[in-house]
Write a protein that binds this ligand. Sequence first.
Ligand code: ITT
Length: 191
Amino acid sequence: MKLVIATSNPNKIREIREILPDFELLSAAEAGFSEDVEETGETFLENALIKARAVGEATRLPALADDSGLAVEALGGAPGVYSARYAKLFAPAGWTAGNNALLLQNLQGVENRRAWFVCAVALVYPDGRELTAEGRTYGRILTEERGKNGFGYDPLFFSDDLKKTFAEASEEEKNAVSHRGRALTALKNQL
Ligand code: ITT
């Protein structure tokens, strides 16, 4: 089955290719799509559908989108759907460090470090059929980064399942328990 992956994030593309080895996956760029889709939804699922529909309509191919992020209990679920743009949208004026530094700053002195990653996936077919699924994975936010693998918040996320950070885990270990691995497995089971 040929699918176009509706994302501009190369780390997601790499992981999705590993998780779905039986599919012929094209990146949006390979399918000739290079626009930036505005994520106006309030939930991961809404945003996944917005991205999959936009790329599906433009390429006339079945399109798979992933909208994901980190939710931190002590921050009321933030950065949530704003995970990619956390520092850009919410950092104090003059902030030059990135998302992970802002997260650490906002959790300074906070004892409750409970957090989970969420991933919503949407598969939209040219005939209008839509399939969706969600995956979660639980852990806690460390007080400093550990590990070099993965991307985004991985060096700060100590996984309950793996007993190490996602950045200390191999790609295979991460995909076996990750929000993205779980969401895509749930989607695959619907096919
Ligand atoms: P696309 O919208 O083009 O897919 P994006 O990176 O903007 O790319 P999202 O809007 O879904 O994607 O934001 C996801 C952000 O959440 C991502 O940039 C990371 O900051 C974080 N994130 C999601 N999954 C992650 C993972 O597995 N490990 C670490 N951080 C992750």
